[in-house]
Design a binder for this molecule. Structure first.
Ligand SMILES: NC(=O)c1ccc[n+]([C@@H]2O[C@H](COP(=O)([O-])OP(=O)(O)OC[C@H]3O[C@@H](n4cnc5c(N)ncnc54)[C@H](OP(=O)(O)O)[C@@H]3O)[C@@H](O)[C@H]2O)c1
Length: 296
């Protein structure tokens, strides 16, 4: 098992001691590495998993790698709005203050699936779940005084468009259409979120982690899976590099007060022009409120 730096005393580590961080989808890939990186800085890390046994394995591994025992497991399937709300409830009963939420859980689905609430799966997992988690946990983040929200998007956003007359893609579905729409929507939502929560001293940023070797292709099929795996095997980054942007936005004092930005590694990168349209962003926000019943 690879060792993560144990807790010691450089400045980022000092800054993170006593802080509490939620990482969703922390059982594998970028999320597990992000959780380990932040646990290695001495923070309390709330590791979210949809499957208890995979979650327990991840928690044990992170504790063994970092020597930090303040790593706790929370379980919820984020494809169900009821369970997303239960995750927020578990966080509230675990801690009185929350410093960072990293909405990392996400995925690509070649075949159209519908969640128990009747939403297209990609949109529910990548957009509705972060909308509900952030809304429900905003009071805790505000209590921190310097709360941060970090949403994990993707450069697939560049190909994205919002299908306003059929966001659940019931008439014409493809995995890439659903994924690029969802990751663009996550960026549009984050910009409005940053504008809305500024007065509460909580920042919100969104990021592209890079092309990273993970279980990301596990729900893809056919040629996309074949070529996707080929490209990933030949060119993708290891998870340590893939987690860098999330860890940076969650912990660095270089981005204290930075909000509403789309990042890759340590710099801002270009967003799809569609996300510049404030009226469309507001339309999306209203849609998310309507779908989830959550307002904030
Ligand atoms: N890998 C890349 O090249 C890449 C590029 C751009 C963006 N991203 C984004 O990076 C994020 C992390 O993905 P990854 O590459 O690390 O993939 P991954 O290894 O498949 O990890 C995804 C995580 O999300 C969890 N998850 C999936 N469905 C869930 C659900 N219904 N409820 C709760 N948790 C669920 C998974 O849990 P299980 O262990 O139970 O499956 C896992 O912990 C995603 O948002 C992805 O879109 C990845």
């Amino acid at each position: 098992m690879k060792k993560t730096r144990p807790v010691n005393s450089n400045s980022r580590e000092n800054y993170m001691k006593g802080k509490t961080v939620l990482v969703t989808g922390a059982t594998s890939g970028i999320g597990k590495e992000t959780a380990a990186g932040i646990a290695g800085m001495g923070a309390t890390v709330l590791v979210h998993a949809r499957d208890r046994s995979r979650g327990e394995t991840a928690v044990a591994e992170i504790i063994a790698r970092t020597g930090n025992r303040a790593v706790k497991l929370l379980v919820a399937d984020l494809a169900s709005l009821r369970e997303v709300k239960s995750l927020a409830k578990q966080v509230r009963s675990e801690t009185g203050t929350l410093d960072v939420v990293i909405n990392n859980a996400g995925g690509y689905f070649s075949k159209r699936r519908i969640t128990p609430d009747g939403f297209e799966w990609t949109f529910a997992l990548n957009v509705l779940a972060p909308f509900v988690i952030n809304g429900e946990l905003l009071p805790l983040l505000a209590r921190s005084g310097k709360g941060r929200i970090v949403n994990v998007s993707s450069e697939a956003q560049r190909m994205g468009t919002i299908v306003w007359d059929d966001p659940m893609l019931s008439k014409q579905y493809s995995g890439i259409k659903a994924y690029s729409q969802a990751k663009l929507a996550l960026i549009m939502y984050t910009i409005t979120l940053a504008e809305n929560i500024g007065p509460r001293h909580v920042t919100a940023n969104v990021l592209h982690p890079g092309l990273v070797k993970t279980n990301f292709m596990s729900n893809s099929t056919g040629l996309f899976r074949f070529f996707g795996n080929l490209v990933i095997n030949l060119t993708a980054w290891p998870v340590e590099r893939g987690a860098e942007t999330s860890v940076y936005l969650a912990t660095s004092d270089e981005v204290l007060g930075v909000t509403g930005k789309y990042y890759h590694l340590r710099g801002e990168i270009q967003r799809n022009k569609i996300s510049d349209n404030a009226a469309d962003r507001e339309k999306l926000w209203n849609l998310l409120e309507q779908y989830t019943g959550v307002t904030y």
